[in-house]
Design a protein around this ligand. Structure first.
Ligand SMILES: NC(=O)c1ccc[n+]([C@@H]2O[C@H](COP(=O)([O-])OP(=O)(O)OC[C@H]3O[C@@H](n4cnc5c(N)ncnc54)[C@H](OP(=O)(O)O)[C@@H]3O)[C@@H](O)[C@H]2O)c1
Length: 239
């Protein structure tokens, strides 16, 4: 099975983060042109270093993806500079948990909605017109298992991820028959450096690796997954 992305233009929002970096590198390995959004210059430099000889196919832009006024010119710039946008992957998100709803501030609630819901909306809203015009494209939005599994202490997080899945489901229905496919993935926990620091006594071996989840993202973004549209794919591993 060939999963090459040669000649394809991929935007990875949050492409320097724990999962985003693995997704960006996996697309580069398959010969894509990858444009990431990032927040910290040093994280983009670190991604470039990790990309080695593929760094020439990597570009980046410092964009707040919750801000439509910043995202629209970013997407337009990608289209102008690279001539297409074949795949959009949104790995931007945030987590606040361990706090009961009545202890949570409204600021945290708004922050969860912005990072986990608004990001996907703003990016898809800006990117999909060009995909519809081209008659093909793939959007993969990273939600979370918490979208389905609404445990205690995570009301804002679970609600924002559940809404993100609903947003993509409905967008998929809108896009049916257009050649543009829209899917979500649902990590439970990911073996990132941040999680290892936060939970040092956990069994890291049970946690899915960013690279393994990245492979699912590549598959969903590829023509091999042409029959998968409007799905929310669990990537729990053994966690
Ligand atoms: N890690 C897990 O165990 C886990 C579990 C379930 C679901 N998920 C989901 O998986 C996705 C990736 O998680 P992750 O662990 O890779 O997170 P991460 O390491 O924090 O990566 C997210 C990236 O997005 C960037 N970002 C944050 N806010 C942004 C904004 N407003 N505009 C542009 N970029 C922004 C972050 O930059 P900064 O570094 O500057 O903040 C970071 O580079 C998220 O949607 C997360 O909710 C993760």
């Amino acid at each position: 099975m060939n999963i090459s992305f040669s000649g394809r233009v991929i935007v990875v929002a949050g492409g320097t983060g724990g999962l985003g970096k693995a997704v960006s590198l996996a697309f580069l390995e398959e010969d894509a042109t990858v444009i990431v959004t990032y927040r910290k210059e040093e994280e983009f430099r670190a991604l470039k270093d990790s990309a080695g000889p593929k760094a020439s196919s990597l570009a980046g832009s410092q964009v707040d993806v919750t801000d439509e006024a910043a995202v629209v010119p970013f997407i337009n710039g990608v289209l102008t500079q690279f001539g297409a946008l074949d795949v959009l992957v949104n790995t931007v998100g945030g987590y606040v948990g361990g706090v009961k709803l009545w202890e949570m501030t409204t600021r945290v609630f708004d922050q969860m909605l912005a990072l986990n819901l608004r990001s996907g909306y703003v990016l898809a809203h800006a990117a999909i017109p060009a995909m519809l015009k081209a008659g093909h494209g793939s959007i993969v939005n990273v939600a979370a298992k918490a979208a389905l599994d609404h445990g205690a202490g995570m009301a804002a997080y679970a609600a924002s991820k559940a809404a993100a899945v609903a947003l993509m489901d409905s967008l998929a229905a809108d896009a049916k028959g257009t050649g543009v496919r829209v899917n979500s993935i649902l990590p439970s926990i990911i073996d990132t450096a941040v999680n290892r620091l936060a939970m040092p006594d956990s069994d890291f071996a049970a946690w899915p690796k960013p690279r393994d989840i990245a492979q699912v993202v590549l598959f969903l973004s590829s023509d091999l997954a042409k029959t998968i549209h409007g799905a929310a794919v669990p990537v729990y591993g053994n966690a």
